[in-house]
Ligand binder design. Sequence first.
Ligand code: GLU
Length: 418
Amino acid sequence: MATLFDHTLGRLIEATKHLDLDPSVLEKLKQPLETTQVRLPIRMDDGTTKTFTGWRCRYDDSLGPTKGGIRFYPHVNAGEVEGLALTMTVKCAVMNLPFGGAKGAVKVDPGSLSNTEIERLSRAFMRSCANVIGPNRDIPAPDVGTNETTMAWMMDEYSTIVGKRTPAVITGKPVVLGGSLGRDDATARGAYYIIQYKADTLGLEPGATVAIQGFGNAGKNFAKLADALGCKIVAVSDSKGAIHAPAGLDYGELLAAKRRGSVINMAGSAGVSEIPGDALVAVECNLLALAALENMVHKDNARSVRAYVIVELGNGPVTPEADEILEDMQVKILPDILANAGGVTVSYFEWLQNCQGESWSLEEVHERLKTMMEMEADAVWAYALKRDITLRKAANVLALSRIGAAMAALGTDRFFKD
Ligand code: GLU
């Protein structure tokens, strides 16, 4: 079965058709720079030792130090980490950030560990990977199953190892330890700015109906912003199941239900019914926000999608086969490598502030994020219109042209042969 890595590389190969690219560019991008696998033996609270496996993949550093999150998730492997690291490479290039791409992971269910065990695991990961990480080499951040506290422990551990307080080694930290204001909801906010900016082109009107798959950081914050924009949230899911309410769900009540364990705790309230988790993508709505994991919309369920716009808040939620089906159905997809890039963009702001010893106001972060999201959305739209291709293809072409230009500046096959 094709993996996320195959999907991501396949999309880049497809993008080369629309560019006059030196063959050496794709040749290099077929493999990661380096993938480190580490053994993480942890002293558990009961005194026993449990060994976990971790990875850090630095995929490509043509545009700058590598950047990307670390996930704590039970179903992860080296290949998936490499696929996600390649996605980060493309995403940073779409946003024109001075970063390459990376990703890290530990194969663990963080819900099964105590906080003290998670602290030991986070510090052990940083100790084992400290030689590949660094503020000018590779800068991690949060991802699925990790959060600002995890980042704080990792920054503290790295600072102890190098004997210097080094906040710029990791982003997504608590604000008091050098984190940036506005990093917490940046992933959702970036998508929200694009949707607001391109609403007319996308055919989204005030009061549009929205279904949200996933209620983690991205999904929850997207619900908050969509609600504030006057959209009607008609369905939401999390790992426990999904709820559907054609007349709309109250954001405050959704939050309260999630605090009690799951959004499905709202089922049974007036007008709210529980539906199977995988039925969410087929709910009648205008905008479908995919904020969960990879491969959620695939060839077998793509035809059931009722929305006319999909926004990818998670990484890799739509497979290439589903892409084709949805293109035929004229569903517009705001691709992950643009739509969820608000997170890494504010990570870039955080890194900049750390490097310069500054701290920006929330207004400044929002303003800069909005400007960058709109600018790169325009660039993607322009490529799409000019070549009559989907937004995803256009974003890949844009990214590849930037990575290719950086590689070409050091000499290409053509340069050396001619
Ligand atoms: N994990 C996030 C992503 O997939 C953020 C990465 C970062 O901020 O470096 O885009």
